[in-house]
Design a protein around this ligand. Structure first.
Ligand SMILES: NC(=O)c1ccc[n+]([C@@H]2O[C@H](COP(=O)([O-])OP(=O)(O)OC[C@H]3O[C@@H](n4cnc5c(N)ncnc54)[C@H](O)[C@@H]3O)[C@@H](O)[C@H]2O)c1
Ligand SMILES: [Mg+2]
Ligand SMILES: [Zn+2]
Length: 277
């Protein structure tokens, strides 16, 4: 048995057995033992399955995803979103579900060819959907997104979007657009969201963010000029916060929190945090 979680395209849907998770727009099906069920048992429940994908091996056991058309009722079971699992302690389970969620979103959105409209089929041993009518291959979508902590000595620039939990402030973030480098994106997003200029841009690390398919590229930048002007509709408020008086911050598993904690730790000479995967 190989311990841990290994994603793979080697599983085949015709081979019975293994474990499975069921996902719908309501999140993952779970009971008191969690969201992993014996696959053959799960397939006997009255669930409307849109797609089935072998996603990996968990502690040596094959793991499958059942992507559902709608959340069904299974006795003794409930539904919980991926964010709820992220906030729990089991990091490995969150990685399994995060991967399942990204494959599920892609499988749901690529049942038909985006070029000619015909039904697509899974490619064996490759994470791809294939159109036999026009040869188009579609791979899981990953959206590069930039995230940056802007600092000015003991102050850090944090903002809140109207979508955030009440009171929480975070670093600035945004999706890369065609034609941009990560640095171009960073400079544009910072200008758009707060009208501030930055300098000394430094890459700090990256994180998969499966909500629904972002790849977060994390940066630190120093303030170079301009007064904060929050972008209408997108940014509810943005402020400089002293590192000794910070507002409620994002979840500890986010790269946003890591960028903030790392800067504060370095400033205060404390032990540095580890970037969550
Ligand atoms: N892990 C973290 O710590 C962390 C922290 C903050 C933001 N994020 C993530 O970063 C991503 C970008 O942040 P944001 O929401 O501020 O982005 P943003 O500032 O670019 O604004 C969001 C808007 O971008 C557009 N959009 C949506 N999906 C897109 C895509 N795939 N490509 C291009 N444009 C798209 C939509 O109009 C949406 O309203 C989001 O997925 C967000 O969840 C992660
Ligand atoms: Mg943004
Ligand atoms: Zn096609």
């Amino acid at each position: 048995m190989t311990p841990g979680w290994i994603t793979t395209t080697l599983l085949d849907n015709e081979t019975p057995g293994g474990w499975a998770v069921a996902r719908s727009r309501e999140g993952f099906l779970h009971d008191d033992n969690g969201p992993l069920f014996p696959r053959e048992w799960l397939k006997r429940q009255d669930l409307s399955v849109l797609a089935e994908h072998g996603i990996g091996y968990l502690d040596g056991e094959p793991m499958y995803l059942l992507e559902l058309d709608r959340p069904g009722d299974v006795q003794g079971c409930r539904w919980q979103g991926l964010r709820g699992f992220m906030l729990q302690d089991d990091h490995q389970l969150y990685k399994v579900l995060g991967y399942a969620a990204q494959i599920g979103t892609w499988a749901r959105e690529h049942r038909f060819c985006g070029s000619c409209g015909q039904a697509m089929v899974q490619v064996p041993r490759e994470r791809a959907m294939f159109c036999q009518a026009c040869d188009l291959r579609s791979y899981p979508r990953i959206s590069p997104s930039m995230i940056v902590l802007i600092t000015r000595g003991d102050e850090i620039l944090l903002a809140r979007s109207p979508r955030f939990v009440t009171g929480v402030y975070s670093t600035l973030a945004g999706f890369a657009e065609p034609g941009e480098s990560a640095e171009d994106c960073l400079i544009r997003e910072v200008r758009e969201e707060v009208q501030v200029e930055v300098k000394n841009i430094q890459y700090m690390g990256s994180q998969c963010w499966p909500f629904p398919h972002s790849m977060m590229l994390g940066f630190h930048a120093e303030y170079a000029g301009g007064d904060i002007v929050p972008q209408a509709d997108e940014i509810e408020d943005a402020q400089w916060f002293n590192i000794h008086q910070l507002p409620p911050l994002p979840a500890s598993r986010s790269i946003a929190r890591y960028l903030i904690d790392l800067y504060v730790a370095r400033r205060l000479g404390h032990a540095e945090p580890v970037l969550p995967g």
